[in-house]
Design a protein around this ligand. Structure first.
Ligand code: AG3
Length: 283
């Protein structure tokens, strides 16, 4: 093995990646971007030393952040992606033929440029005319939109440590997301791992912040091998459609991870996760 990258999540927990090569690295006005070649999962995007996605397991995350909300909505036509500068989520959203426009808002145009060059398997979606790129702050953008989107997908970096994404997990932001959705709209955010002392309060806190505005709040969990603990949560806030009752089935769509059965199954939460949501202690 040539060398290693240590991904540090807390003073007590790090992951060590055997890597073949550092392909590219750049400090942008917002964050540090790198493309590395890992031994285990192939090329990967790393932002501020946290691994964001790898060529070998990106489909677990991108399919599940896109298809669960999109199949829950009866007829999604206008979709907003906040973050998602690698293009993987947009690629999956485009599989829904009824989608007419995807507005993708990323604060950092360098993420898009670098992924276009080094991760074409994901960034291929930017060639599609339905994808409208907007380079601006997602928080401000969402504040300025009202009653416009069927589905909003928050595909950002983590809430910690302090970085450009922190505001995307705030109560105010969830309120703006509510307002920018149509009357039957819904949104999804990835909401960290419920397993670690440093991350489980994020998961719990986001659920309650979302639930303060949305009549329906539902968390789901999948395994993403390259993310910490392998166990990664998403939370849906929905104005009308219930992801468990109202989802559409379509066996003709080509996916590698998502199935209709899995759509239903991923909402079945272990007892400790249910208790994490319902326990009485404050956020
Ligand atoms: N966004 C979620 C990255 C989460 C990784 N966090 C971690 N391993 N602690 C990824 C962007 C992919 N489109």
């Amino acid at each position: 093995m040539a060398f290693y990258m240590v991904e540090k999540h807390s003073p007590a927990y790090s992951v060590t990646w055997g890597i073949k090569d550092i392909i590219y690295t750049e400090k942008t006005p917002y964050q540090k971007l790198s493309i590395i070649e890992t031994e285990e999962f192939g090329r990967a995007l790393v932002i501020d030393n946290i691994l964001q996605t790898t060529i070998n397991d990106e489909f677990y995350y991108h399919e599940m952040i896109a298809h669960v909300p999109l199949f829950t909505h009866a007829n999604p036509r206008r979709v907003l992606i906040i973050g998602g500068g690698d293009g993987g989520t947009a690629r999956e959203v485009l599989k829904h033929r009824g989608v007419e426009q995807i507005d993708l808002v990323d604060i950092d145009e360098r993420v898009i440029a670098v992924c276009k060059k080094f991760l074409p398997e994901l960034s291929c979606s930017f060639d599609n005319p339905k994808v409208n790129l907007i380079i601006t702050d997602g928080v401000k953008y969402v504040q300025s939109q009202k009653n416009k989107y069927d589905v909003v997908i928050i595909d950002s970096t983590d809430p910690e440590p302090v970085g450009p994404a922190v505001e995307l997990y705030s109560s105010n932001f969830y309120q703006s997301v509510y307002r920018c959705l149509k009357d039957d709209g819904l949104f999804v955010a990835h909401t960290d791992s419920p397993c670690f002392s440093f991350s489980k309060h994020f998961f719990r806190g986001f659920w309650h912040r979302i639930n303060a505005y949305f009549p329906l709040t539902k968390a789901y969990i999948i395994c993403v091998p390259s993310y910490i603990s392998g166990y990664w949560s998403f939370t849906i806030g929905s104005k009308r459609y219930d992801p468990l009752q109202d989802y559409r089935q379509d066996s003709s769509m080509k996916t590698r991870f998502y199935t209709s059965e899995l759509h239903k199954a991923c909402f079945v939460l272990p007892r400790f996760v249910q208790e994490l949501i319902t326990e009485k202690t404050k956020e």
